[in-house]
Design a protein around this ligand. Structure first.
Ligand code: F6P
Length: 324
């Protein structure tokens, strides 16, 4: 018979994402509404291992739904990858009477959550990452805001690029995943999208495409380069030398992780955060809150992480059709 659920902990882990605060708020308020105690665990699993744990109530999460970042701070934790760290984390939860933990983060954070469940602490994961790279869910909190930020910036670069008849390389975030590049590239009508999933390093293809579109009368060119490909500044120099067209690089960087969350991110964060607590109240553990085919659902953490999802190649190829 599972121990009665009285106290839950909540933490954010990995790279921050706009909407994490809205998710924390939903977790805390849903738990308080259900009569549970809530403890905020600071700095992800690192803070848990350091026992940085604070009491939270409904007021602790007032005025945060509109704020980027995470009021609980976040970190990446190497110690949580070790058996000793995982056992220690569970022991600390028991010491603080934490029966269950809601982990808001990405893949790495969910492995930690699964280990915590393995060590006897109930856990639920909520997908929070700007990268949209958690295969078992069609939506991750922060992606929409990050894309909107990228689109706004790309539109601005486009203005000056067009005025100077230049080629512009704009680097967006995504070390291993090209979703921000794909979405922001399509949404800004960019000429080329270079992403880790498909780019084979053949710059001549890019050079040929720029020269070809110049011949067709195009006056400026926008190339979206994902962080995983990187080297935008040196790439700009090489493209300029090969095409004879002035080329500049702009690296958007961490601005994509900040800022007020969009309506969509706040909405998803509110539903998913609340669902995490509902799942715990139903006695579930070791689950991920997901969004699949238009519906919210939950999957086993390790099964979810083991799923595969092909990158939407047809959508990627659409750039070529839509750019003239
Ligand atoms: O949160 C995801 C992400 O922004 C990736 O796109 C990026 O590669 C990575 O985090 C950078 O993380 P860090 O904060 O460790 O520099």
């Amino acid at each position: 018979m599972a121990k009665e659920l009285k106290t839950i902990g909540v933490l954010t882990s990995g790279g921050d994402a706009p909407g994490m605060n809205a998710a924390i708020r939903a977790v805390v308020r849903t738990a308080v509404h259900a009569g549970l105690n809530v403890k905020g665990i600071m700095r992800g699993f690192s803070g848990l291992l350091e026992e940085e744990i604070v009491d939270m109530d409904a007021k602790s999460v007032a005025d945060i739904i509109n704020r980027g970042g995470t009021i609980l701070y976040t970190a990446r934790c190497q110690e949580m990858k070790t058996k000793e760290g995982q056992k220690k984390a569970a022991d600390i939860c028991r010491k603080h009477d934490i029966d269950a933990v809601v982990v808001i983060g990405g893949d790495g954070s969910f492995k930690g959550a699964a280990e915590l469940a393995e060590n006897g602490i109930r856990t639920i994961g909520v997908p929070g990452t700007i990268d949209l790279d958690i295969v078992c869910t069609d939506y991750t909190i922060g992606f929409d805001t990050a894309c909107n930020t990228a689109v706004e910036a790309i539109d601005k670069v486009r203005d000056t690029s067009a005025s100077h008849e230049r080629c512009s390389i704009i680097e967006v975030m995504g070390r291993n995943a090209g979703y921000i590049a794909l979405w922001s590239g399509i949404a800004t009508g960019s000429d080329e999208i270079l992403i880790p999933e498909y780019y084979d390093g053949d710059e001549q293809v890019v050079v040929d495409a720029i020269i070809d579109s110049r011949k067709r009368g195009k006056k400026h060119h926008i190339i979206i380069n994902a962080e995983g490909i990187g080297h935008s500044t040196s790439m700009a120099k090489r493209l300029e030398a090969a095409t004879g067209i002035e080329t500049r690089a702009t690296i958007l960087g961490y601005m994509q992780r900040g800022g007020a969350p969009s309506c969509k991110d706040r909405y998803f964060a509110s539903i998913m955060g609340s669902m995490a607590v509902q799942l715990l109240l139903e006695g579930k553990t070791n689950r991920l809150v997901c969004y699949q085919h238009g519906d919210f659902c939950d999957v086993d953490i390790m099964e979810g992480l083991a799923m595969t999802k092909p990158f939407p190649e047809e959508q990627f190829c659409l750039t070529k059709t839509l750019t003239r």
